[in-house]
Design a protein around this ligand. Structure first.
Ligand SMILES: [Mn+2]
Length: 326
C-alpha cells in the first residue's frame, strides 16, 4: 500500500494535504511532515496545506493560503475518518485522486477509488507518515523527524496511552538515533500554558463534587471563567490532568459558554465505557473520552445521573471480579 501511495505522490505535480477540523498536534505534525518530505524529495512539486491555521501551533508550520483547486490535483487527508470533518475541502470531487492516511476507526470511504491506508493500531497519523517515509524513497531530515516526533508524543500523551505499542517505541527510538532534535524545545509549545489556566485547575480540583460511585463533576460558570481570566475552552484543555485520581473513575467538566448560549461538557473515564451513554445526549466521542453540548441544566443533571449509575455498575462488577479471583 505504501508503494501505491508513493506512486500517486510521484505522479502528481499538484498536491493538497488536509486534516481534520480543530487541528491538534498529530493532525498538524503528520501533514506538515508529509508536505516537507514530499518537497524535500520532489522540490518542483506544488504542495499546499489546506485548512484553518492555528496560532498555538504556528511553531510547527503555517497553513497555505486557500487557492483555487487546480485541475489534476491529488488530495491527501491525514488523521480524519470522514469527509464532514476534513478542514478546508469544500468539494472533494474536485480532486482527481484521493489518499487517506488515518488511525481512527473506519467511518466512510472518501471516494469510490480513493486509496485508504487505515491502521487502527498505529499510535497516530504521524507514526503512519513516518512508516510511509521509511518504506518509500520519500526523504527525511531533522525538521521532518521533529514534526513526526511531536505528533506521536501528543497523540500518545508521552507514551502513556495504550496506543503506544512496542512498534511506536522502536520507531521513535530509531528516529532519535538518526536525527537531532531538542526534546525540551519541542515539549514547550505542547505543554507550556498560562498561569491563569493552572489557577483555574486549582479551582476545579478544590471544588469538584465527587459522588460515592466515583464520578467527579463540576459546573464552571462564566463568572468563574472571568474571575480566573480564562475562557470556555480552558477546562477542556486540562481535563486529562484529572486522570488517576484514586476516588474518581469518571470526571465531567460542565462549562458555561455564554457566546454559544450552551454548556460545553467534557467527560473522561478510566473505568466504564462512556460513549453510548453520552450519545443519548447527542454527544459522542471515543470509549473513554467524550464531549457534548447541552442547553438545559435538566439534561445535564440527567447525564451526570446516568454516568453515576454507569460507574456504580462498573465498580460493582469490578468488585465482583476481585472477589471471584481471591
Ligand atoms: Mn491522531
Amino acid at each position: 500500500m505504501f508503494q501505491d501511495i508513493y506512486k500517486l505522490i510521484e505522479k502528481y505535480d499538484n498536491i493538497c494535504i488536509a486534516r481534520h477540523i480543530g487541528v491538534d498536534p498529530d493532525a498538524m505534525g503528520s501533514t506538515v511532515a508529509l508536505k516537507n518530505s514530499i518537497l524535500l524529495t520532489f522540490p518542483e512539486k506544488r504542495v499546499k496545506l489546506l485548512g484553518t491555521g492555528s496560532n498555538r501551533f504556528a511553531y510547527f508550520g503555517r497553513f497555505d493560503k486557500q487557492e483555487e483547486i487546480l485541475d489534476n490535483t491529488l488530495l491527501i487527508v491525514c488523521d480524519t475518518p470522514d469527509i464532514r470533518r476534513i478542514d478546508g475541502v469544500e468539494d472533494i470531487t474536485k480532486f482527481t485522486d484521493i489518499i487517506k492516511i488515518d488511525h481512527h476507526p473506519f467511518i466512510e470511504k472518501f471516494s469510490d477509488n480513493s486509496l485508504e491506508y487505515i491502521d487502527k493500531d498505529a499510535s497516530s497519523a504521524s507514526q503512519i507518515v513516518l512508516e510511509l517515509i521509511l518504506a518509500t524513497p520519500l526523504l527525511m531530515d531533522n525538521q521532518i523527524a521533529e514534526q513526526i516526533f511531536w505528533g506521536i508524543i501528543s497523540d500518545t500523551n508521552r507514551f502513556m496511552f495504550n496506543n503506544s505499542k512496542s512498534k511506536t517505541l522502536y520507531l521513535v527510538g530509531d528516529l532519535m538515533d538518526k536525527y537531532k532534535f531538542d526534546i525540551n524545545k519541542l515539549y514547550e509549545p505542547l505543554y507550556a500554558r498560562p498561569l491563569a489556566e493552572v489557577r483555574l485547575e486549582g479551582y476545579i480540583a478544590t471544588n469538584m463534587t465527587v459522588t460515592e460511585n466515583g464520578v467527579g463533576y463540576i459546573k464552571i460558570s462564566d463568572q468563574i471563567l472571568n474571575e480566573y481570566k480564562t475562557d470556555a475552552a480552558a477546562p477542556g484543555n486540562m481535563i486529562g490532568d484529572f486522570n488517576y485520581i484514586d476516588e474518581v473513575y469518571v470526571w465531567i467538566f460542565i462549562t458555561e459558554d455564554v457566546k454559544n448560549e450552551n454548556y460545553r461538557i467534557s467527560i473522561r473515564s478510566r473505568g466504564p465505557i462512556i460513549n453510548t451513554t453520552v450519545e443519548k445526549y447527542h454527544g459522542g466521542g471515543h470509549n473513554y473520552a467524550c464531549g457534548a453540548k447541552l442547553k438545559e441544566m435538566n439534561d445535564i443533571d440527567n447525564l451526570i445521573k446516568d454516568l453515576d449509575d454507569l460507574c456504580k455498575k462498573y465498580l460493582k462488577e469490578k468488585d465482583g471480579d476481585k472477589n471471584e479471583n481471591s
